[in-house]
Design a protein around this ligand. Structure first.
Ligand code: EPZ
Length: 422
């Protein structure tokens, strides 16, 4: 694989307007949901990302016809098989979201067991528990999850896990239950906006999903689903990342086409830190402020709490604020991969179990650093924008999985950032 790096010359405030792309984490399960019908589905506002390209290939390997043009994906899954390309499915954790649709439509599935990943173990026990409650049977054979179950039936399913609800697990059960006989009630469902977007798409296909966005989701199974057209919600994590980028560079930014109502916890923390951030319709506006910022404590939680996917970026802001802030990661156990890299820029951060103690206010100075996972990479880019001198962020393919042309978007806002071969 050709690898790219970003060369960043820090110290320049961002200013201008940036437009937010469609949500990766909404688009991936919605694309998988198109497997539930033989008819054509048209999905708009899909971000052009490597994870989305993977999902296109996975759907094709299952027999679907897929076209990706501009930001529209057209999927026609007239005939599908239960077994996709192992190598493809292995590469992306989100490929687990084909399990629910395959079990719902075919009553069988064979998907590779997602391996451990850098941000933690990421088990799928809750996905299997939920589908088993609907009558599916699973065995693990040769690294695959092999599911059988002929036709599924509605059931009551409690999906609360060790650390709370599961986002993709809730999606999988909603998708499978849409074609099951009878009524399924999910208790302790994930309430993330991406779950609501999936429910809206399923309902546009003729499903009967009620209560999405709350902890109790009721799905009344239907005989079959039909084709539908849908526009994916904006990416709240991309929007949050740009808002934090504005704050760390002491810039001013209009973040267009975001959904400020999906970002309550993030905007609240930014305000608590002293960042001037407001909303104008669907835009988020960060104003340049000369105020001294204050340290804030953050604990990641399921929605509507502070998102784990913005924890790393927010840590960079806290590095720039004099004082101590305490950042606690409650969703994934190993999501501090950015910390040693930030320390290479001069940061002082102490990790104690799930908590990072950030001693802010020391100047950051540019250095070569290495991206490890998607959101950690975004944090390193923000740190590079704030640091003095030149920072080289290596392995930005992690970033390209989830941010559509982030370097171009930042350059248009005045950042000095170049993509170079590593
Ligand atoms: C989704 O992952 C997102 N991915 C993640 O975004 C996000 O960080 C995460 O939700 C939490 O918001 C996609 O939507 C593609 P979970 P998901 O199941 O659904 C444990 C990004 O950077 N768990 O809600 O896989 C799990 O280990 C990514 O864009 C079980 O124990 O996350 C974790 O501790 C990274 N058993 C917690 O639940 C299970 O069966 C929440 O995970 C499933 C999960």
């Amino acid at each position: 694989m050709a690898m790219d790096a970003f060369e960043i010359k820090g110290g320049r405030p961002l200013s201008g307007e940036v437009t937010i792309s469609g949500s990766k984490n909404a688009a991936l399960p919605i694309m998988a949901a198109a497997l539930l019908t033989r008819e054509k589905c048209v999905i708009h506002h899909v971000p052009d990302l490597s994870d989305v390209r993977f999902m296109v290939e996975i759907l094709k390997s299952l027999g679907a016809r897929v076209e990706f043009d501009g930001d529209t994906v057209v999927i026609e899954a007239a005939q599908i098989r239960e077994f996709g390309d192992y190598e493809l499915i292995r590469k992306m954790r989100a490929s687990i979201c084909i399990l629910g649709p395959l079990m719902g439509r075919l009553g069988r599935a064979r998907v590779s067991l997602p391996g451990g990943c850098i941000i933690g173990a990421r088990p799928i026990d809750l996905h299997l528990k939920g589908l088993r409650a609907l009558g599916a049977k699973f065995v693990i054979r040769g690294g695959y999850v092999v599911g059988t179950g002929s036709h599924l039936g509605g059931a009551e399913v409690f999906l609360g896990g060790r650390v709370g609800p599961t986002v993709l697990g809730t999606g999988n059960i909603m998708m499978a239950a849409s074609l099951a006989d009878g009524v399924t009630v999910i208790e302790s469902a994930a309430c993330e906006p991406e779950v609501v977007d999936l429910a809206n798409f399923l309902n546009a296909m003729g499903a009967r999903v009620e209560g999405a966005g709350s902890p109790t989701v009721t799905i009344t199974g239907v005989k079959q689903l039909h084709g539908a057209e849908h526009t994916v919600i904006p990416d709240r994590i991309e929007a949050a990342t740009f808002a934090v980028a504005a704050a760390v560079t002491r810039g001013s930014l209009t973040i267009k086409g975001a959904r400020p109502d999906h970002l309550g916890a993030v905007l609240d923390k930014l305000r608590e830190a002293g960042v001037k951030v407001g909303r104008r319709g669907q835009d988020i506006v960060v104003e340049r402020s000369r105020n001294r910022l204050k340290p804030v404590d953050i604990t990641t939680q399921p929605y509507a709490g502070f998102p784990t996917d913005v924890q790393a970026q927010m840590m960079v802001l806290m590095l720039l604020v004099p004082g101590i802030s305490v950042i606690t990661e409650r969703i994934f156990e190993a999501r501090f991969m950015h910390v040693p890299e930030l320390c290479r820029l001069g940061a002082e951060i102490l990790i104690e179990g799930p908590t990072a103690i950030v001693k802010g206010g020391r100047p950051l100075s540019g250095a070569p650093i290495m991206a490890s996972d998607l959101r950690a990479s975004a944090a390193l880019v923000l740190a590079g924008l704030a640091a003095e001198g030149e920072t080289v962020v290596k392995r930005v393919y992690h970033l390209d999985r989830g941010y559509q042309r982030m370097d171009e978007k930042l350059r248009r806002l005045g950042a000095r950032i170049e993509r170079v071969p590593e």
